[in-house]
Ligand binder design. Structure first.
Ligand SMILES: [Zn+2]
Length: 416
């Protein structure tokens, strides 16, 4: 592969917009869009939509499904989520690219981390600057530039910007699955590591909420009439924790136990919340079954157990399609003088969902940065243009056929 004149014009288009690409991400970081801040998410949509309309006339807000949440009191409630934003161009072209990002962040409305500043070393420090408002700006810039390429008609693309990635994508999961099945290659804009390293294989992840119900009683007058849910929850938590080490690469993190009240009351309700991580589909099936089994065995009579949740993201192993795609992207990066490597990650993202639905994808095409999910979150401003150029050139090479999207997709389907 080499950079053709038509490719260079696309790259120049990106470079000419360097300041604007950074500035709009900084602007978006000034809007708090924690996953449960409905007002902030609506404000973000209002800011994203005009940017989307510069790219395509087909821009839609797509309603997302409700999720269920389990309260600390054991009550199960339906939770509504903000719309996703879908941008589409040439849906009937022979090659279909799916580009995804999320416009929510982990920082709630009341967070003390709300603005962007520049560190002495030049890095931008702000909520979502890396994860992933910077990435969304990169994604849109790459597409805007690619739309000037003479071979663009061979490639159609769909962008999905979701409101719930940071809470496991419960609301947008069906949309991701539908797009993953339909597209040939996926490009997702989580930040890369500060040195540009991409996430290769990813584990799968599940979130569970186990409601333990007993019987309330006075601890003094009628202790033996009670059934202690907090004690039951503690035994169950120990059983779950004991699963660690039983199977290679599988971890169980008991994250939170809630329940109980006054010291003279036998508690009738408790909730055990835990997260599991698994390296492959077999381990995923094993942990799902083992957890289900534990939830059918109350530690003592009179307790009832009610299990909610499950695996939210399937593992994303380095299969043949992933390996071939990463190699193609590495070669594309080399044309730009960018050295791209990848390593496995215990983290999960939309890339897991897309892969599970049959889409080969790279999910760390966003900006270079680090310390995400903390008030130290940072991104290197120079990386915005570099990453937008990388994505734009990947699209050019897909359009030319030098990256064979149809072949990558069929490789993926062979392993399903
Ligand atoms: Zn993210």
């Amino acid at each position: 592969m080499r950079i053709l004149t038509s490719d260079q014009l696309v790259l120049d288009h990106v470079a000419a917009r360097q300041t604007a690409i950074v500035d709009r991400a900084v602007d978006w970081c000034g809007v708090n869009s924690g996953s449960r801040n409905a007002e902030g998410l609506a404000e973000m949509l209002d800011r994203l939509e005009p940017e989307a309309r510069r790219l395509s006339t087909d821009v839609k807000r797509i309603p997302t499904q409700r999720s269920t949440s389990v309260g600390d009191d054991g009550a199960v409630r339906a939770e509504a989520h903000a719309d996703a934003l879908m941008i589409r161009t040439r849906p009937n072209a022979p090659v279909q690219i799916i580009l995804t990002g999320h416009y929510d962040t982990v920082f709630p409305a009341g967070s003390g981390f709300q603005t962007v500043s520049t560190r002495p070393d030049g890095a931008l420090n702000g909520p979502g600057i890396a994860d992933m408002k910077g990435g969304i700006s990169v994604l849109l810039a790459a597409l805007e530039a690619f739309e000037t390429h003479p071979d663009r008609d061979r490639v159609g693309w769909t962008v999905l910007l979701s409101p719930d990635e940071e809470i496991g994508s419960p609301a947008s999961a069906p949309l991701l699955a539908e797009l993953g099945a339909r597209g040939h290659i996926g490009m997702t804009y989580e930040p890369a590591l500060a040195d540009g390293t991409l996430a290769g294989a990813r584990k799968g992840s599940g979130n569970y909420h186990l409601i333990v119900s007993g019987k309330a009683a006075h601890a003094g007058r009628a202790f033996h009439e009670g059934v202690n849910a907090v004690a039951g929850a503690a035994i169950l938590a120990a059983r779950l924790h004991a699963l660690n080490g039983q199977r290679e690469g599988v971890t169980v993190n008991v994250a939170r136990i809630s329940g109980g009240g006054a010291l003279n009351v036998v508690s009738d309700k408790a909730v055990v919340r835990f997260n599991v991580r698994v390296p492959d589909a077999q381990a995923s099936a094993w942990i799902s079954e083992t957890v289900r089994q534990i939830a059918t065995e109350p530690p003592f009579p009179g307790l009832t157990l009610d299990l909610h949740g499950g695996m939210t993201r399937a593992p994303k192993p380095m299969d043949a399609s992933q390996t071939a795609l990463f190699e193609a992207v590495r070669d594309t990066g080399a044309l730009l003088g960018q050295t791209l490597a990848w390593k496995q990650s215990g983290g999960v993202c939309e890339g897991n969902n897309l892969h599970a639905a049959g889409l080969p994808n790279i999910d760390t095409l966003g900006v270079l940065g680090g310390d995400i999910h903390s008030d130290q979150e940072f991104a290197w401003p120079a990386s915005f243009v570099e990453r937008a150029q990388l994505s734009a050139l990947i699209l050019c090479k897909i359009a030319s056929g030098e990256i064979d999207a149809l072949k990558l997709k069929s490789l993926r389907l062979e392993t399903m």
